[in-house]
Design a protein around this ligand. Structure first.
Ligand code: PEP
Length: 249
């Protein structure tokens, strides 16, 4: 049986200016010479989306946003709508990242509204879920992630292309990667919830793992059953590291 198309997506977070486009170009050039076995995406800050699209064109690297507002337009100073991301050249958008949930107070319901907005604008959402260390230590990891999934994934996703990223909060930017057995258990649980909640589209959606993925641990992490790719933060900023992860997939 063929599984969902795997995705390696880089999340540059609030890093990068015009000079950083050289790293994106280096990734695209390497993949143009030797194509990847997976889909590859880079999600730079909003200020670089258009410039990255201009620099990379219709090459092997897809471009995504890191967030969007739930409304199409209006008095939301500093925010960016899903339509604006599409207009700038994005195809995907990360939604519900734990940094936004923690630092911007994003609730599951707000994430679900953003997912609806992204779909209306023709973007493919990558919806992030994950438990904190305290929740894992209290034995509640699966329960928390299931609750986030059910409340953050609107039924409008049925029949649409989307991905889920399982990112244990304690593994993001800390150098700690979850144990393969724990990743396998969580990804199997997420697959069961997705299939129950969204039918065929829930069966097809890739489930990415995120949290300190690096070239040195990518092969092991990506070989865990039901891991359909990776959402990569720090290691996506340097072309050589990001390519190391892509080649391990
Ligand atoms: C992330 O930001 O989604 C992430 C997984 O970051 P890092 O790879 O740096 O842990």
């Amino acid at each position: 049986m063929t599984g969902p198309t795997r995705i390696i997506a880089g999340n540059w977070k609030m890093n990068g200016t015009g000079e950083s486009l050289d790293e994106a170009r280096a990734v695209a050039e390497a993949l143009a010479q030797s194509p990847a076995a997976v889909r590859v995406a880079l999600c730079p800050p909003a200020t670089l989306i258009w410039r990255m699209k201009e620099a990379l064109g219709a090459g092997p690297v897809e471009i995504g946003g890191q967030d969007c507002h739930a409304e199409r337009e209006g008095a939301y100073t500093g925010d960016v709508s899903a339509e604006m991301l599409t207009d700038a050249g994005a195809r995907l958008v990360i939604l519900g990242h734990s940094e936004r949930r923690a630092m911007h107070g994003e609730t599951d319901a707000f994430v679900a509204a953003k997912v609806r907005a992204a779909l209306s604008a023709g973007l493919e959402p990558i919806i992030c879920v994950g438990e904190t260390l305290a929740e894992r230590e209290a034995g509640q990891a699966e329960q928390i992630v299931e609750r986030q999934l059910l409340a953050s994934l609107p039924e409008a996703l049925a029949g649409q292309a989307f991905a889920v990223a399982y990112e244990p909060v304690w593994a993001i930017g800390t150098g700690r990667v979850a144990e393969p057995a724990d990743i396998a258990t969580m990804h199997a649980h997420i697959r069961a919830v997705l299939a129950r909640h969204l039918g065929d589209s829930g069966d097809r959606a890739p489930i990415l793992y995120g949290g300190s993925v690096k070239p040195s641990n990518a092969a092991e992490t990506l070989s865990v059953p039901e891991v359909g790719g990776a959402l990569v933060g720090g290691a996506s900023l340097k072309a050589s590291d990001f390519l190391g992860i892509i080649r391990a997939a």
